[in-house]
Every structure is written in C-alpha cells, then in structure tokens.
Design a protein around this ligand. Structure first.
Ligand SMILES: NC(=O)c1ccc[n+]([C@@H]2O[C@H](COP(=O)([O-])OP(=O)(O)OC[C@H]3O[C@@H](n4cnc5c(N)ncnc54)[C@H](OP(=O)(O)O)[C@@H]3O)[C@@H](O)[C@H]2O)c1
Length: 264
C-alpha cells in the first residue's frame, strides 16, 4: 500500500527506541524525512544513523526532553514545520502502594505525560493548520482506558490527554489536521525492560525475568497469547500519519492483543 507520504517531513518525539523508533522506521520506509528526538544522546544518534542508512532518507537526531519547556523549545527550533508529528513520552515509573503517592508525584506524572504532549501539539497545530494539512499521533497507553492499580502515574494523565485530543481534534479536523491516539498494551520494548526491576520491587519479587514474567503474565491476560513487538503498532501509526486516514478523527485505537475487553 502506498501511504502517499513520500517527501513529507515528520517529527517523531521519542524516536530512539521501542514503539517510537518502530514508527520512525515505518515512516522512513515510506520515504519521509525524519527528525527523531530523545533524552539519551548515544542511542538516539545511533538510531538516526541506522534508520537513515537502512531506508536512504534524512534522519536528524535532536537531543531534547519533551517533558521540559527547554527541551520542547529545542524540538521546535530543530523542526519548526513538520507535516507529521508523533509523540511518545515515558511516564514516571510504576507506583507501589497508591496511599504513598504524593502531590509531587502526581505533578511529575501530569507534567510529563499530559502537559508534555499537549504543549508539543499546541506549538504545531497552528503550523499545520496554516499548511492546510497535518497528522498528529500520540502513542500513549491502554491504561488510559483500562485502569491499572500499579500504573497510576501513567493512566490517569493519559486519560486526560485523550479527553483533550477528543475535543481539539474535532475543532481542527476541517483544516485537514487530524489527531489520533494509539493506546498500546504490553509490548516487549527497551522501556518495558527498564521498568522490570521497579515492577519487581512493587510486588516484592526477585528482579529477574524468571520471577517477574510469570507474575506479569498472570496479572495481564493477553488473549493474543504473547507480548507484542514494537512493529505490532508501527504500521497503524504510519497509516494514521498518511492522507489515507483523512476520515479518522479523534480516535483512540487500542493495540493490546485483546487484553482490554470493551465494545468501544
Ligand atoms: N512497552 C509497554 O509495554 C507499554 C505499555 C503501555 C504503554 N506504553 C507506553 O508506550 C509509550 C512507548 O513505550 P516504549 O515501551 O516504546 O518505550 P521505550 O522503549 O522506552 O521508548 C521510548 C522512546 O521515547 C524516548 N523518550 C521517553 N521519554 C522522553 C522524553 N521525556 N523526552 C524525549 N524523549 C523521550 C526514549 O528515549 P530516552 O529514554 O533516551 O528519552 C525512547 O526513544 C510510552 O508512553 C509508554 O508509557 C508502553
């Protein structure tokens, strides 16, 4: 399928690993000029080089923290006029006992997982409206719709994010700019591996894969029967970044192997 985005310019905020990198690769495969960002420089620069060499497109690495005003300004300066904007941000680590969550912890969660993406969108929406075309995709989490007691630093802020995009996407749709959200379930990514020790500590487990994985799969029944790979999400992200998605507005697409059971 021709995604009809060859030659367009995309900013993948959070593109050096996991689902963000997989999305960047699918966009590169479709001939998109890329700007990818992350906080950690070495992995980012390597990712940009690998993607550029593999697909023969320009990939510019931008070291920037999307959760901080200064980092966002770096993004805006590096790529002021993208046609396509994808955003993913790592929220604070899984919480332990919810009675120990402090106001400062809530503030960090909201600053990162809600205000970060909103501020990036707020900067680029006028740019895209002026062009008369744009695509925005947030890679958030299925815990926005599927409450999880150990993911309170991620889910509630993202529930607010999808509420925001439900309104804003409908306000701007007639200008050719669409916002949609992808809500991933359990994906085997670099990020998931990094939180394994924290998950183990929260549940009093040994921080080893042998100890954590059975507990994790017992508490996360996945009808598909496996944890996903990043590229189980990326093709859908690329489709939402293309003109082919012109009638898809303000949607929240859950990609979780069927884990969250609901009709809508
Ligand atoms: N993996 C799962 O099972 C799972 C489940 C549900 C939801 N999610 C959500 O899906 C999204 C992607 O997760 P993933 O597992 O693909 O993560 P990942 O493997 O850690 O990749 C995240 C990417 O975003 C970058 N990033 C994170 N925070 C950033 C920030 N503040 N500023 C700039 N770049 C940032 C990371 O690089 P740096 O770290 O160097 O900045 C990395 O390139 C996250 O929002 C996560 O909460 C994941």
């Amino acid at each position: 399928m021709d995604l009809q985005i060859h030659g367009k310019k995309a900013l993948m905020a959070g593109g050096s690993a996991g689902m963000g990198r997989a999305t960047a690769e699918r966009l590169a495969e479709a001939g998109v000029e890329l700007y990818i960002s992350a906080r950690r420089e070495e992995r980012l620069v390597n990712a940009a080089k690998d993607i550029s060499e593999k697909y023969g497109v320009s990939v510019t690495p931008v070291v920037a923290d999307s959760s901080k005003e200064e980092g966002r300004q770096t993004l805006f300066d590096a790529c002021p006029d993208p046609d396509i904007l994808c955003i993913t941000i790592t929220p604070p680590a899984p919480n332990g006992d919810y009675l120990n969550i402090t106001p400062d912890m809530w503030r960090e969660s909201i600053e990162t997982a809600l205000i970060g993406p909103i501020e990036i969108m707020r900067n680029f929406i006028p740019v895209m409206k002026n062009k008369g075309w744009g695509r925005i995709v947030n890679i958030a989490t299925f815990s926005a719709k599927n409450p999880m007691i150990w993911r309170l630093m991620s889910g509630p802020a993202r529930s607010a994010l999808i509420n925001y995009t439900a309104s804003v996407s409908r306000d701007i749709a007639a200008s050719g700019v669409n916002i949609n959200n992808l809500l991933p379930g359990m994906f085997a990514t670099e990020g998931a591996a990094e939180i394994m020790p924290i998950y183990a500590e929260a549940f009093g487990l040994e921080p080893t894969a042998e100890s954590v994985l059975p507990h994790f799969l017992e508490n996360n029944k996945i009808p598909a029967g496996f944890m996903a790979e990043p590229d189980d999400l990326a093709p859908m992200a690329a489709l939402l970044c293309s003109p082919l998605s012109r009638f898809i507005v303000g949607q929240n697409i859950v990609i979780d192997g069927g884990q969250h059971a609901s009709l809508f």
